[in-house]
Design a protein around this ligand. Structure first.
Ligand SMILES: *Cc1c(COP(=O)(O)O)cnc(C)c1O
Length: 358
């Protein structure tokens, strides 16, 4: 049982000094994973103390701003606009492409699904829309599908652990509104065949979402370094939306991602507008209402602090480490790398026996 502390209990000791409060906060972190020593690659993305410090300083400056009101805080609005235009150009967008800065991949995916559902309701009068995706797609899709009344069809991946395009095609029916592919998927770090999926979507007049949450801000740099990376972004014919997390390989602090839409109509369907209450029009592009502008400022500052040169350098380091780890794993006959990962994220499996006995 967790010992409950009453609000009063926290107060009766009288005012405490910051040093003492800080010490207690640090003490409570004692059994957290040592992520700054590289122990948590999948959940924390660290490009060095200097980058982290820049992010923290920028966060501090904007911690109390609130992106919910661009009228009160035009500064955050301009930072968001910059993040979007940089993301659009990095990820193959066009003049038509629009986007929204969100609090994370989960929220970016929510907005893509809401847009798809609303567009389908308007144009096709579908009551229970369906999306088709590979078994490796992120649970955020199922989470939001449950909120939005969308049915999810998960199709097992093929023998190469990537989306099985033919099987997915076979699931298309009159209720289908969207196909989903990952670039790459989180469990294995493998790209689904985005071009093939998008061409099927285009042919069947369906929407196509690319989940580049983990890879969106690494793949373009890894490709520039000379590693083979398949086409996956907004420039691929048939791709109608894409999510990419700045708080992953963009090296911002937690709480910032982007979702891009092929055109203004798709973006509009993702937003919310209301004026039936005494305080006038309430309009938001995001799921969340009040949030901090801190993560937005951190992302903006880190992008400028690193620049393309910095992102290339970090990508080179990460890919070098991946190649080293891969060699060690491949040299051990007990282990097998799953598929051929494109980026620094990879997974391996135990080939002979039980991990506990090795
Ligand atoms: C991280 C991730 C998400 C979810 O993003 P959050 O930032 O955790 O909300 C979705 N898809 C993929 C592929 C991811 O790696």
């Amino acid at each position: 049982m967790v010992k409950r502390e009453s609000f009063n209990g926290a107060m009766t000791a009288g005012r405490r000094k910051w040093d003492e409060i800080r010490a207690e906060l640090v003490e409570r972190q004692a059994s957290d994973v040592a992520w700054q020593e590289g122990r948590l690659q999948g959940l924390n993305h660290f490009a060095g103390q200097d980058v982290f410090n820049v992010a923290m300083k920028a966060y501090e400056l904007y911690a109390s701003t609130n992106p919910v009101s661009a009228r009160a805080f035009p500064s955050v609005g301009t930072l968001q606009d910059d993040l979007l235009s940089s993301s659009i150009s990095l990820l193959g967008g066009s003049e038509e492409t629009q986007g929204t800065v969100t609090s994370g991949g989960t929220e970016s995916i929510f907005l893509a699904l809401k847009s798809a559902r609303d567009i389908a309701q308007i144009t096709r009068k579908i009551s229970v829309p369906e999306i088709i995706m590979p078994s490796t797609a992120h649970p955020a899709f199922d989470k939001h599908a449950s909120y939005l009344g969308i049915r999810v069809v998960r199709v097992p991946v093929g023998p190469n652990y990537r989306a099985d395009v033919e099987q997915m095609k076979g699931q298309i029916n009159s209720q289908t509104i969207m196909l989903v592919g990952s670039a790459p998927c989180y469990p294995y770090g493998l790209f689904d065949p985005i071009e093939e999926l998008a061409s099927i979507a285009l042919e069947a007049d369906l929407l196509m979402h690319v989940d580049a949450c983990v890879g969106g801000f690494q793949a373009p740099f890894v490709r520039k370094l000379g590693y083979p990376v398949p086409d996956f972004d907004m420039s691929v014919a048939g791709v109608t939306s894409l999510s990419a997390d700045l708080h992953k390989y963009g090296f911002a602090l937690k709480g910032v991602s982007v979702v891009l839409f092929k055109d203004a109509a798709l973006k509009k369907a993702s937003t919310f507008s209301f004026d039936n209450w005494p305080r006038g029009r309430y309009q938001t592009d995001t799921f969340s209402g009040t949030r901090s502008g801190g993560p937005v400022a951190a992302a903006w500052a880190v992008m400028r602090y690193l620049g393309e040169e910095g992102y290339l350098e970090v990508s080179k380091t990460l890919m070098g480490l991946r190649d080293q780890a891969r060699e060690i794993i491949e040299d051990n006959s007990n282990f097998r790398i799953i598929g051929t990962p494109e980026l620094s994220l990879m997974a391996f499996t135990v080939e002979n026996g039980d991990l506990g006995n090795l």
